[in-house]
Design a protein around this ligand. Structure first.
Ligand SMILES: C[S@@+](CC[C@H](N)C(=O)[O-])C[C@H]1O[C@@H](n2cnc3c(N)ncnc32)[C@H](O)[C@@H]1O
Length: 199
């Protein structure tokens, strides 16, 4: 059976419930030592990273177009968590509000025109000293010919975030199964953590 991306029992979020949070989250939480503030997770999936952010002390806003996040959040019953089932491109990021913004394995699903607009909104949404934890895909990824997605060279990634301080940058390539389609593919991923140091 063909699996669908969102809104069904076999969406990515449904298939990854209660998974351990992404390894980059721990690093980002260590880099952002102030845990009193707000964190935003864009493309939050099964809220596994949101759980780690709540446990660290953040007040968390999470966005995903898959409505299953509403049900998962309702089970969590955490007053410090607000979820919005909406397209990332339509979500209004509050300016100068978030001490940590997370976008893991989600922004590549935006077209190149939309992703640039969203990245500007993310940078605007960070407080000074705010930290961004993000993954993007590279041109050697098996999906790189998809016109509705976005792919970058390392230089392009560094240029996109040239106003921020790079705290961590890792480029990985491996062959691994895609959760949704259960097929091995070549992944070309940039894992990055940046800090906003100037208005
Ligand atoms: C591969 S999953 C990653 C989920 C989670 N961040 C993680 O790393 O486990 C991608 C998620 O982004 C969501 N997503 C993709 N494009 C989106 C968009 N344009 N607006 C909102 N959510 C989107 C999908 O519904 C899915 O839950």
């Amino acid at each position: 059976m063909q699996k669908k991306e969102s809104g069904t029992e076999d969406s990515y979020a449904a298939l990854t419930r209660n998974r351990a949070p992404h390894i980059l989250i721990k690093k980002a939480i260590e880099i952002q030592m102030n845990h009193d503030g707000y964190a935003l997770d864009l493309g939050a999936g099964a809220l596994n990273e949101a759980r780690a952010l709540l446990a660290a002390g953040f007040t968390v806003d999470a966005v995903d177009r898959d409505p299953i996040i509403l049900a998962i959040a309702s089970e969590m019953q955490n007053r410090d968590l607000t979820v919005t089932a909406l397209d990332i491109a339509e979500y209004q990021i509050a300016p100068n509000h978030y001490s940590l913004i997370v976008a893991l394995n989600s922004l590549p699903f935006l077209s190149s025109a939309l992703i640039k607009k969203v990245i500007l909104g993310i940078q605007d949404g960070l407080t000074i000293n705010g930290v961004l934890c993000i993954t993007l895909l590279g041109h050697k990824d098996d999906w790189a010919s998809r016109p509705d997605m976005s792919f970058f060279s390392k230089q392009e990634v560094l240029e996109l975030f040239s106003d921020l301080q790079c705290m961590y940058f890792d480029e990985v390539e491996h062959d691994q199964s895609d959760v949704l389609h259960n097929k091995v593919k070549h992944w070309h991923i940039y894992r990055c953590i940046f800090r906003k140091i100037k208005p």
